[in-house]
Write a protein that binds this ligand. Structure first.
Ligand SMILES: CC(C)(COP(=O)(O)OP(=O)(O)OC[C@H]1O[C@@H](n2cnc3c(N)ncnc32)[C@H](O)[C@@H]1OP(=O)(O)O)[C@@H](O)C(=O)NCCC(=O)NCCS
Length: 169
């Protein structure tokens, strides 16, 4: 479990399902994701199970983003590298009512630091749909730069990312 100024980042679990399904039922949320996902409860269940299973297989995954002040589920964010993903990813996804508070940037910053320290990564990447201006803004606030474009699961995505700072930086 990690803690930032305003957030708790803890492992996703089955008890998150109702909040998770409500988040993905929103077309503005599901439509932004580079990992294609449907909007039904069944789609959300499979998506949540994939993130929980990713932790079992890889030893890390997106965390549930919990608002400290209220204890509410705000979304998910964290490291991610399923088979076929081009590198070690960091991602963010917030329920619509939690946009505009800086939570994605706050969680993303913790996720990048975790990748460079706990996972000893040399580079982290984020795959972003070209029309997702809000996510591009998060990436840029986090110090990512646009590295290239590529095809991912049938769609053209921007690959943003950054390398681990040198030890003496
Ligand atoms: C992408 C996504 C996470 C971005 O959310 P966001 O709220 O725009 O990003 P942040 O959480 O970093 O918040 C930044 C905003 O909060 C504002 N803000 C308010 N209080 C703040 C604070 N205390 N600290 C920092 N920023 C704050 C910033 O000014 C900024 O507002 P602006 O967008 O009007 O300039 C969100 O749109 C989302 O979940 N989309 C659907 C899923 C998705 O597309 N995921 C990304 C896949 S690549």
């Amino acid at each position: 479990m990690l803690e930032t100024e305003r957030l708790i980042l803890r492992p996703l679990c089955g008890a998150d399902f109702d909040d998770y399904a409500a988040m993905l039922a929103d077309s503005e949320v599901a439509g932004g994701l580079a990992e294609p996902v449907g909007r039904t409860p069944e789609d959300a269940w499979r998506s949540l199970a994939t993130f929980i299973g990713h932790h079992e297989i890889r030893g890390f995954s997106h965390w549930a983003v919990i608002e400290k002040e209220t204890g509410r589920f705000a979304g998910r964010a964290g490291p991610w590298s399923p088979l076929g993903f081009p590198g070690l990813g960091v991602g963010w996804c917030l329920a619509r009512e939690h946009w505009g508070k800086g939570y994605a940037t706050e969680a993303g910053r913790a996720a990048i630091a975790y990748c460079f320290s706990a996972l000893d990564a040399e580079e982290v990447v984020s795959l972003i749909l070209p029309r997702n201006g809000r996510s591009i803004a998060v990436a840029e606030r986090l110090g990512h730069r646009h590295l290239r474009d590529e095809e991912y699961r049938g769609r053209s995505v921007h690959v943003y990312g950054q390398r681990r700072p040198a030890a003496n930086d």
